[in-house]
Design a protein around this ligand. Structure first.
Ligand code: ZN
Length: 253
């Protein structure tokens, strides 16, 4: 069955542009990823420019038998970056894919890619994804034993190191680490389970992170993953999120 993702990207991008035009988001235009930052990125990769909330399609439900076609369709639909969910069946119940697929996406995609790690031993394996061409590596605070070291290791490769927090993890758990990361991803659904609805508690977390960013004069980006649709995009964007992740599972009905 053809993926609905390209259509969702078009719809959500239109919403994002409208939100920006109506002054509901304080995003400043700037390039957050460029060719020069990463030696592995093919020269044809386009920089990621932040000028509206960015909609990142999660490739979880793509047709992996036609991966190159799926990526092309998403890029033609306007996707500025791709989001890859790595699940190992242990840190979360679901099992998806690993480095082989990420490498295949890297060879095909002309936009930056983010790897969202939902696996055991993230301290050890995060560097592997940086080395095969991810532009953002997002690790879960709940899966790290040495968060500062791991974030520093990712950042040492010249890419962005982001931290993710699950719905039951309070913002206070990542507060001491905000100066060590380039972004925080708020999970608005439980990681590793399909068919969930958006948890409104995520909005309060985004708002709190936005307050902390402002009060400490920091520069990290706030993302939100799970259940992003035309119903939820305005509230998360107004709360301060600028990286918004969507998949075929997003329910607009
Ligand atoms: Zn994700």
């Amino acid at each position: 069955m053809p993926s609905k993702l390209p259509l969702q990207i078009v719809t959500l991008m239109q919403e994002a542009v409208m939100l920006c035009c109506s002054g509901n988001n304080d995003i400043q235009r700037k390039t957050i990823l460029g060719e020069s930052m990463h030696s592995v990125i093919p020269p044809r990769t386009t920089p990621l420019v932040m000028d509206t909330p960015i909609i990142l399609p999660a490739l979880l439900l793509c047709d992996f038998g036609h991966l190159a076609d799926e990526i092309k369709k998403l890029e033609e639909a306007g996707a500025k970056a791709l989001h890859l969910d790595i699940m190992d069946g242990q840190f979360v119940p679901q099992l998806t894919y690993g480095k082989v697929i990420v490498e295949a996406v890297r060879r095909t995609a002309t936009v930056p890619i983010e790897v969202h790690m939902m696996v055991e031993d993230q301290d050890k394996t995060a560097i592997d994804y940086a080395n095969i061409g991810a532009d953002i590596v997002t690790v879960h605070i709940e899966g790290l034993t040495r968060p500062e070291d791991t974030l520093a290791t990712i950042a040492s490769t010249g890419i962005r190191a982001h931290l993710a927090i699950s719905p039951n993890t309070p913002v206070s758990d990542v507060e001491p680490l905000l100066s060590h990361c380039d972004g925080v991803l708020v999970m608005s659904v439980e990681p590793g389970f399909g068919g969930q609805v958006f948890q409104p508690s995520a909005i309060e977390k985004i708002r709190r992170l936005h307050e902390l960013r402002t009060s400490h004069g920091q520069d990290f980006y706030i993302g939100v993953d799970g259940g992003i649709s035309t119903k939820t995009i305005a509230s998360v964007s107004q709360a301060g999120a600028c990286l918004l992740y969507t998949s075929d599972a997003a329910d607009d009905s």
